[in-house]
Structures are given as structure tokens and as C-alpha cells.
Design a protein around this ligand. Structure first.
Ligand code: PLP
Length: 346
């Protein structure tokens, strides 16, 4: 019989979001009349807009015809979609060849963790999105450093407190703090990574929420980033695909391991081996949202979630809390000094 891997013992009993659901359901059982605004998992709630719905319907009808049927596609993703991402999101600073379409950023983070294996030292922003640490534990990684990112420092990692590491997870706009790093801050990080030979795994899942045009929307706006960074990104929060599933990763051609071998080549190989590409339907939906009317639908959604964030922020502020975020990200970070976060959640 197979033996349970030790790493499962090192995980907390439950992943964060199922625990939130459990507490929420218990509360609702006891208080069935309560109207609850869920501040748990960052999910979308608005239904698909007409452009996306039409694209998915048409794609589905086409798949039902002999001429329109597609079986397995290119594991890297449809070229048309990669071209749209390259031109619309990266202003052609990244080539379609460096973009890998996925079934979502979380799944890609998991596969990237497989790519780098367990014999590495990782650093994480503290606080950070739980997949970085829990996925690493699942890989069997035990050299994990949580780097203090104090609010007094725009939640930026205190570089002087980073011990030797190989891989650094950075999320900006940040889940959960709502902080967004400036060009100068990201430049500092990229220079630091270059000098210490660290690979940055940059999560830009909320980049479309940035309102201030002076803030960087991708790490690849920073000089030298192509030599040290991978970016994961997603249609989930960008275009309401949390259930449909679609994302992408950017692996620059010049990105190399310590020994000089190409990371791009191994990522392509790994995807061809254990991932058969994102669903054709989601990809067709992804292509549609880049049309002018599709972009209008996206903007409508972003404005809606940002309005919610602003209203919640002003509610917390009026209760006397110190609140961060909610300006260039849908997340709010509320300071609750001297209280345990689960207690205040409860
Ligand atoms: N990265 C961050 C920072 C997130 O907050 C989330 C989802 O909440 C994801 C990635 C996951 O995105 P996806 O739905 O594409 O897997």
C-alpha cells in the first residue's frame, strides 16, 4: 500500500477558504435570518456580460460541427489569444511565444512549484496568498522564510531581513493587503534578485484593478525583469472567469537556471507532459473579451468591485479602523491591533 507523504502532516488542517466557508455556514445555521456580506475568498459575483456569453455560445455551437470541432489544442494555448495578451496587456514587450495559457493562476503556481521541486529555499511576503506557502509545503520544501512586509513600509519586503533564498514570491497588487508596489520598489526588487541570483515569481492577478496610471501593471515594465522573473496572471479577477477558468504565465526566453539552461524550454516540456492546455471554450471566451465591447464589460465589472471596496473602506474607517488598500486593488487590510484575526473574523 502507498504511504502518506509527510508533507501533508505539515499542512494546517484545512485550507483557509474552506475554513471560512465552514464558519460562515455554521453562523448561518444559527442565524438563518442574517444577511451576510461575505468578505472571505476573493470571488466574483456578477454574471457574464452579453459579449462573453455570446462568444461561449457561438464557440460551443461551432464545436458541434464537423468543420468547427477542435480536439486537443496547442498545449501553450491558442496563438490568437497569446497574441492578444502580448499586445493588449504587455504592449508587445513580451512575445506570444513567451506566453503560456493555463486553466488559472493557482493551477500554474502549482505546476511551477513542480518545475522547481523541493530542493530550493523560498521567500514569501508576510502576509501573502496561502497557495505560495501551502503549495511549497506540498512539494516538500522546508526552507521557507516569511519576509516581514510592514504596513509602515507600503507592505514592501524588508530586503535586509531576507536570508539566502532561490525563489521569491511577490504579489502586486497584493492579496490580502491591497498594496501596489511602485516602479522604484519593483526596480529595487529586480536589482536585488539579480545581485543575489533569486528568481521572482510575480503574481499579477489583480493588475487590471490598478487605477493610478503611474503604477506598474506588470513586472516586465521594469528594466532587467526578463532575466529574473516569471509572471503568473489570470482572467478570473480580470474578466469574471473564476468558474470558467483561464489564466496565463509569462516565461521570458532569456530566463535561465543557475547552470544557464533555459527555464522556458523546461516549462514548455512540463506543460506538454502534465497539462494538455486550457479548455477551448474558455480560450474563445478569453479572445472575445479583448474586443472593444468585451473591454467595456470588463471595465464595468472592475468599477463595480472597486466601488464595493471603497464603500467598505469608508465603513471601516468610520468605525475607527486604520485601513489600507481599496484604491488600486479590491482588497482591504484592516488593522485590528491586539486582537487575534480569527476572533475578529468570528
Ligand atoms: N493569485 C492571487 C493573488 C489570487 O488572489 C488568486 C485568487 O484568489 C489567484 C492567484 C488564483 O487565480 P485563478 O482563479 O486564476 O486560479
Amino acid at each position: 500500500m502507498v504511504i502518506r507523504r509527510n508533507c501533508f502532516k505539515n499542512l494546517k488542517n484545512s485550507y483557509l477558504f474552506p475554513e471560512i466557508s465552514r464558519r460562515k455556514n455554521l453562523f448561518l445555521e444559527k442565524n438563518p435570518e442574517a444577511k451576510l456580506i461575505s468578505l472571505g475568498i476573493g470571488d466574483t459575483v456578477l454574471p457574464f456580460g452579453p459579449i462573453l456569453t455570446k462568444a461561449l455560445t457561438t464557440a460551443s455551437i461551432e464545436l458541434g460541427t464537423e468543420e468547427g470541432y477542435i480536439g486537443y489544442g496547442d498545449e501553450q494555448g491558442m496563438y490568437e489569444l497569446r497574441e492578444k495578451i502580448a499586445s493588449e496587456i504587455y504592449k508587445n514587450q513580451i512575445s506570444p511565444d513567451e506566453i503560456f495559457i493555463s486553466d488559472g493562476a493557482k493551477c500554474d503556481i502549482g505546476r511551477l512549484q513542480t518545475l522547481f521541486g523541493n530542493d530550493i529555499r523560498i521567500g514569501l511576503q508576510d502576509p501573502s496568498y496561502p497557495v505560495y506557502i501551502e503549495g511549497s509545503i506540498l512539494q516538500g520544501i522546508d526552507k521557507i522564510t516569511c519576509i516581514p512586509c510592514p504596513f509602515t513600509y507600503n507592505f514592501f519586503p524588508e530586503l535586509s531581513k531576507i536570508p539566502p533564498i532561490d525563489l521569491l514570491y511577490i504579489c502586486s497588487p497584493n492579496n490580502p493587503t491591497g498594496a501596489v508596489y511602485t516602479h522604484e520598489e519593483l526596480q529595487q526588487l529586480v536589482s536585488y534578485a539579480k545581485s543575489k541570483k533569486i528568481l521572482i515569481l510575480f503574481d499579477g492577478a489583480y493588475s487590471s484593478y490598478i487605477q493610478d496610471p503611474a503604477l506598474p501593471r506588470t513586472i516586465f515594465e521594469i528594466d532587467g525583469a526578463k532575466e529574473v522573473a516569471i509572471e503568473v496572471n489570470s482572467f478570473s479577477k480580470y474578466a469574471g472567469f473564476t468558474g470558467l477558468r483561464l489564466g496565463w504565465s509569462v516565461i521570458p526566453r532569456e530566463l535561465a537556471y543557475e547552470g544557464g539552461e533555459s527555464i522556458w524550454k523546461d516549462w514548455k516540456r512540463l506543460n506538454a507532459t502534465i497539462f494538455n492546455g486550457a479548455s477551448i471554450l474558455s480560450q474563445k471566451g478569453g479572445i472575445a473579451v479583448f474586443k472593444k465591447e468585451g473591454m467595456d464589460e470588463i471595465q464595468f465589472r472592475i468599477n463595480y468591485y472597486m466601488k464595493n471596496a471603497r464603500e467598505l473602506k469608508s465603513a471601516f474607517v468610520s468605525l475607527g479602523y486604520q485601513v489600507f488598500g481599496g484604491e488600486n486593488a479590491p482588497y482591504l487590510w484592516v488593522q485590528v491591533p491586539k486582537q487575534n484575526s480569527w476572533d475578529i473574523f468570528q
